[in-house]
Design a protein around this ligand. Structure first.
Ligand code: SF4
Ligand code: SF4
Length: 430
């Protein structure tokens, strides 16, 4: 079995036979929608993975491209009546591609630099972020845009530059103490993940999240030596790095007696709820990882679970909700954010058509598959325009950045903001 691989729960022959008569997931799949090709559908990919895993097909470049073409949005998992765990299959396939060294040299190098090192090591990420900020704020980016030199020399890079996050002047973890106390009696002790990109490029969202939690009488613990959650690494098949980061975070957060760990980024939350799964074969960590995952909640999930403090002043706006894939499909959190919105006085919730259709951001997908990502974004922005909302709210920074880019590209006039920011505004907290 030269190209086979093991270690994943491959669907049985019966499931595959049922798949052939089913196909319920196909209309929910953005890549099937783009191409109309069976092999670019969930069902097609499942058959490919099974064939390669069992050694019937070779691990060809076509197979690798198909695995990478998938957004890992997991909309197919939500649609599947047989409960096929597609997300875990495609991530395992990517892991095997990586372990067998089947990617191009450049792809391996980029992953090694950015996933294994920069995102996974706080000081390296901060160094790269500071250099990027110098480029963005020091006049060089302005000069490059003004002269159009990047567009002329490397047009693809020029497009990607527009998608790269704006780096904050002050990083979140450097502007907050490790422990924050609410004004009143403490109701919950909350661990907070400051994140990797969130920490250097979305500090305002972290700040809003902390303010909302403090307003809800939470004591907040932001461990200084926490690390990236490992989601980008896991979704791209680098399980070894993802597991190392998971172990580190489990140890760091275990030092505190926490009621919950609250997350404001759907991708991070989805992976942290799966630490138990990723470390199930690690004798020393299996039980600890499972217990850790049980503490993890998305911000909206946490607030909806308890007697949250509803804003008292009217917030008279039309608000549409975008379901981030890793919140709606991976974590199955869809009701709670809508419930919170309906409880804010003055808010008119408006339904975003196809709210759970991916926006095309999908971690690094908009960088690695720019053209496909933009086609998916166009559909999202058509729906955003149709909603005629004042605000479109989401709980994932990647979705926010992608839809903000979409607003600029398609001239859609709407405020795209994080759920925490909306709540902070509704609370009238500065
Ligand atoms: S994860 Fe998304 S893109 Fe991939 S097969 Fe499923 S629905 Fe299609
Ligand atoms: S919905 Fe599930 S059972 Fe049906 S084709 Fe898709 S993966 Fe197979």
């Amino acid at each position: 079995m030269e190209n086979g691989f093991t270690g994943i729960d491959i669907p049985s022959d019966d499931v595959i036979t049922n798949c052939m008569h089913c196909g319920l997931c196909l209309p929910t799949c953005p890549t099937y929608n783009l191409t109309g090709r069976e092999r670019s559908s969930p069902r097609g990919r499942i058959r490919l993975i099974k064939a390669v895993a069992e050694g019937e097909l070779a691990m060809t470049q076509g197979f690798i491209d198909e695995m990478n073409f998938c957004l890992d949005c997991q909309a197919c998992e939500t649609a599947c009546p047989a409960g096929v765990k597609y997300g875990s299959l495609v991530e395992s396939a990517r892991n095997q591609i990586s372990l067998q060294g089947r990617e191009s040299l450049s792809a391996r190098l980029i992953k090694w630099i950015f996933l294994t090192h920069v995102l996974s090591t706080k000081w390296q990420l901060k160094l790269v972020a500071r250099l990027l900020r110098l480029y963005q704020q020091g006049g060089l980016e302005w000069l490059v845009n003004r002269t159009g030199i990047l567009t002329a020399v490397a047009p693809k890079l020029a497009k990607l530059q527009k998608l790269s996050p704006r780096i904050d002047a002050q990083f979140f973890d450097e502007s907050h103490p490790e422990i924050l106390y609410p004004e009143g009696t403490i109701r919950y002790r909350i661990g907070f993940l400051s994140g990797c990109i969130m920490n250097v490029a979305f500090a305002a969202i972290n700040n809003d999240t902390v303010k909302v939690l403090l307003h809800n009488d939470c004591q907040i613990i932001i461990p200084k030596d926490q690390d990236c959650c490992g989601s980008m690494q896991a979704h791209n098949g680098d399980f070894a790095t993802a597991r190392a980061l998971a172990r580190k975070n489990i140890d760091v957060f275990a030092r505190y007696d926490l009621d919950y760990i609250v997350i404001n980024s759907a991708g991070c939350g989805a992976l942290m709820k799966e630490y138990g799964h990723y470390l199930k074969d690690d004798e020393a960590y299996a039980a600890k990882a499972k217990a850790f995952s049980l503490l993890v909640l998305d911000l909206t999930e946490f607030l909806a679970m308890f007697e949250w403090k509803r804003p008292t002043e009217p917030f008279p706006f039309r608000v549409a909700y975008h379901d981030a894939c890793h919140l709606a499909h991976a974590q199955k959190v869809t009701v709670q954010p809508r419930m919170l919105l309906s409880q804010i006085p003055g808010v008119t919730p408006v339904e975003l058509p196809e709210s759970s259709w991916c926006c095309g951001s999908a971690g690094t997908y908009n960088m690695t598959h720019y053209d496909d990502s933009m086609k998916i974004l166009e559909r999202k922005m058509t729906n955003v325009r149709a909603a005629q909302a004042d605000y479109v709210v989401a709980s994932n920074p990647g979705c926010l950045a992608q839809m903000e880019y979409g607003c600029e590209l398609y001239e859609v006039n709407v405020n795209v903001i994080h759920f925490a920011t909306l709540l902070r505004k509704a609370y009238r907290i500065e």
